[in-house]
Design a protein around this ligand. Structure first.
Ligand code: HPA
Length: 302
């Protein structure tokens, strides 16, 4: 047999096997969560939230809380960055079951994009239909300030591999999923209404996803602005692509932790990002609680 034919056959069979084992890992992790949290309502949870850098406090406000560390869930990647605790917290707000990912892993931690998005695949396998993603980002608009909240209208990202590369996971979604409404219009409308009721200033804009871990240069910041972005960060895009692949409805909220390089007059630091996140957490937590009530009312109507 010609080497060419053989390697061609191998090439064709390997990724299929890889997919089988990836499916198996996802469902094993989902089963582990179901068994170990031992909460009946987990099968009823429709809402989930991914809490980013230093933004995990919302999970601690849930009632009837049960949690497990990411490190105890099979195949779950564990975060290595300060400010990301890495726990899955399941609880309720006013009887509405919610699943929280408190912390995330990033591409820059040297996880591949399949590992970065593994927890979101597991949420999908648990039957969860909606995902709210939060992150800390650098603001690209000189009129904005650190501590502002931004509702993500859309994203741009060509700086990380697409998490859907490789053989398609057919049982979750199509080969070429549509991305024309990554951030649900209905959920965005609801978020704007909640913000208006709370008299909370909520900016709106496009999030640019970059790999990091170095912050951008001022020239890169100028390029991102020209691409139509309003904020830049090192997460969110892979998770939202995977969630949309599975048909989950998504919403994204960025806290503007700093003004991006060249706009801010000072060098950027992770400490500054965490300090702003810490300062803004109470506001974000109140907003998320109000948003969850609005979303669950919407679920009941549907
Ligand atoms: N750039 C990229 N990621 C970020 C920033 C930034 O300025 N701030 C917080 N996360």
């Amino acid at each position: 047999m010609l080497l060419g034919e053989r390697s061609d056959r191998l090439y064709k069979s390997m990724p299929a096997k890889k997919n089988e084992s990836y499916y198996a890992q996802i469902f094993e992790a989902a089963d582990h969560i179901r068994k170990n949290l031992a909460v009946r309502k987990i099968n009823k949870a429709e809402l989930s939230v991914l809490l980013g850098s230093g933004l995990g406090d919302f999970a601690d406000t849930l009632q009837a809380r049960r949690s497990i560390p990411f490190s105890s869930i099979p195949y779950f990647p564990s975060p290595s960055v300060a400010g990301h605790s890495g726990r899955l917290v399941f609880g309720e707000t006013e009887g509405v079951p919610i699943c929280c990912l408190q912390g995330r892993v990033h591409y820059y931690e040297n996880h591949d994009v399949r590992a970065v998005t593994f927890p979101v695949r597991v949420l999908g396998a648990l039957g969860i239909k909606r995902l709210i993603v939060t992150n800390a980002a650098g603001g690209l608009n000189s009129n904005w300030k650190a501590g502002d909240l931004m509702l993500i209208r859309d994203h741009v990202s060509f700086f990380m591999p697409n998490p859907l590369l490789g053989l398609n996971l057919d049982i979750f979604g199509p080969r070429f999923p549509d991305m024309s409404e990554c951030y649900s219009k209905t959920l965005r409308q609801l978020a704007l209404e909640c913000a208006r009721r709370m008299r909370l200033k909520l900016r709106q804009g496009v999030y640019a996803g970059v790999s990091g871990p170095s912050y951008e240069t001022p020239a890169e910041v100028r390029m991102l602005k020209k691409m139509g972005a309003d904020a830049v960060g090192m997460s969110t895009v892979p998770e939202v692509i995977v969630a949309r692949h599975m048909g989950m409805e998504c919403l994204g909220i960025s806290i503007i932790a700093n003004l991006a390089a060249g706009i801010s007059g000072t060098p950027l630091s992770h400490r500054e990002v965490l300090e702003t996140a810490q300062r803004i957490q109470p506001k974000l937590t109140k907003f998320l609680s109000s948003l969850f009530h609005a979303v669950s009312r919407l679920s009941r109507r549907q």
